[in-house]
Design a protein around this ligand. Sequence first.
Ligand SMILES: CC(C)(COP(=O)(O)OP(=O)(O)OC[C@H]1O[C@@H](n2cnc3c(N)ncnc32)[C@H](O)[C@@H]1OP(=O)(O)O)[C@@H](O)C(=O)NCCC(=O)NCCS
Length: 181
Amino acid sequence: MASRNRSGSARRAAVSPAWHSSSQRTSALGGPLQKTKIRIREVEKGDASQLATLMCELGYETTSTEMKTRLKLILPNPAYKTFVAVMDGRVCGMIGTLACASYEHNDPGGRILALVTLRAARRHGIGRALIATAEKDFAQRGIGRIALNTQLTRENAHKFYESLGYERNGWRFVKQLPVGN
Ligand SMILES: CC(C)(COP(=O)(O)OP(=O)(O)OC[C@H]1O[C@@H](n2cnc3c(N)ncnc32)[C@H](O)[C@@H]1OP(=O)(O)O)[C@@H](O)C(=O)NCCC(=O)NCCS
């Protein structure tokens, strides 16, 4: 993603595309035996349809058109960062983050808003690489406190976050209001 400054011109991404080695020697997406490389880069408008597929795998039915509309809101806002993981030429994971001012602290905090790896590509180090990129980006922006919400039922995600040093420390309550009636 190229964030925009006040004059509307594109600013270079703070985090350059980075390569990470897959944790297995075989391609997660059915390719030939080789040491697969994971490339992490900022999201681009053209990724909308692959991001829609990822949102569906995260459990939120999403069309490409809906994803394009969401990206139009997210991409120009520099508080958001969206990174995608590309393996064997295909987007196979994403992480979306938000930097936000705090009521309780003087310094801003970071939120991980969305994280998902394609089902067929899990346990190849993609989630770990996405988190590493997001953490590096937060650190570059002077953000050291990161939080995220995850559903109680996402037990694999709990194990994943704990393996990366995240600790459970609260509960999430949700309520759906009857908006638009
Ligand atoms: C959670 C998720 C993003 C992890 O992505 P991933 O690319 O498979 O994760 P990685 O391969 O980088 O795993 C890193 C480490 O996390 C731990 N881990 C990941 N998945 C795990 C699982 N299912 N069970 C136990 N530990 C797990 C392991 O320690 C793993 O290292 P290892 O494979 O060397 O043992 C992925 O499972 C996913 O997309 N789940 C569905 C969506 C979701 O729950 N998203 C989080 C919403 S808050």
